[in-house]
Design a protein around this ligand. Structure first.
Ligand SMILES: NC(=O)c1ccc[n+]([C@@H]2O[C@H](COP(=O)([O-])OP(=O)(O)OC[C@H]3O[C@@H](n4cnc5c(N)ncnc54)[C@H](OP(=O)(O)O)[C@@H]3O)[C@@H](O)[C@H]2O)c1
Length: 245
């Protein structure tokens, strides 16, 4: 059987398999070593899509290769690493790109001030990382691509009912701002959305979380598949329900 991706330069190959038409996409997942990011890679690969994933260490890179993805080393908090992303992405045309990398930081319940190091660690990954990496990804987006950041409902100010994890909340509120600006900068070229994955059983979410990672990612993939250009700049729950900022 011929390799579907040998059909390029068309960025999207259409194949008929098992009686249904499948649209093969080119997908980029940034921060894909484990948890939600790795599950995005697993599910898109399982559906036959071409996937590039990033990880910070060899173990993470190998997990991506084992799934048949192209694996790129990237620490989004490293300025040199983020700017070096441009050349391996040169010539790519991603239909879907997801900035998933994130850290929670101190598990505060009230107004305990973060240390400088804690503040820098969270803000450098969740906010500065996105501000450095998204401009590198922009030229590698296919026309009409979907660009998502994995945000959190915890970043919403309107929906907020308690101050737990206030550093993480501040970082995701800032990430939402970054996404909004990306949607304006890429208007007419890509649909940009911030997604809340739900409370998900991962290293970050913990064992007591509501959602299995496969269900969260399946729902977010359906949302990304259904999102329209008119929704660019929106903040959406994993199932596509609009969330307040
Ligand atoms: N789980 C939840 O309930 C939940 C809820 C709302 C939002 N989210 C968001 O969903 C995203 C994924 O979370 P998760 O639950 O899958 O968390 P996780 O299991 O802790 O995974 C976090 C991912 O981010 C990567 N990462 C961290 N720092 C990085 C850096 N400097 N450069 C590149 N990658 C980095 C990690 O890579 P390493 O393996 O190298 O550390 C890992 O792949 C995050 O943005 C998180 O804020 C999660």
């Amino acid at each position: 059987m011929p390799c579907l991706f040998a059909l390029r330069p068309e960025r999207v190959a259409v194949a008929r398999g098992r009686g249904r038409t499948m649209r093969h996409m080119n997908v980029l997942i940034l921060g894909a070593s484990r948890g939600i990011g790795l599950e995005f890679v697993r599910q898109y690969r399982a559906d036959g899509h071409r996937v590039t994933g990033t990880a910070r260490d060899e173990a993470g890179l190998q997990r991506l290769r084992d799934l048949g993805a192209t694996a790129l080393r990237l620490d989004v908090a490293d300025v040199a690493g983020a700017s070096a992303l441009a050349w391996p992405l040169d010539g790519e045309a991603f239909d879907v790109a997801v900035f998933n990398a994130g850290v929670y930081g101190p598990r505060t319940t009230g107004l305990q001030p973060p240390t400088q190091a804690e503040f820098d660690a969270v803000m450098h990954v969740n906010v500065l990382g996105a501000m450095r990496v998204l401009p590198q990804v922009e030229p590698a987006l296919a026309p009409g691509a979907v660009l998502a950041v994995i945000s959190s409902r915890m970043g919403s100010m309107g929906l907020r009912a308690n101050p737990s994890g206030w550093l993480y909340r501040a970082s995701k509120a800032a990430l939402n701002s970054v996404l909004k600006d990306a949607s304006l900068a890429l208007a007419g070229r890509a649909t940009c959305v911030a997604l809340h994955p739900g409370w998900v059983r991962t290293d970050m979410g913990g064992e007591g979380a509501d959602l299995d990672v496969s269900d969260s990612v399946a729902a977010m993939r359906r949302t990304l598949a259904a999102v329209t250009p008119a929704q660019s700049g929106a903040f959406l729950d994993h199932d596509g329900t609009p969330l307040g900022w």
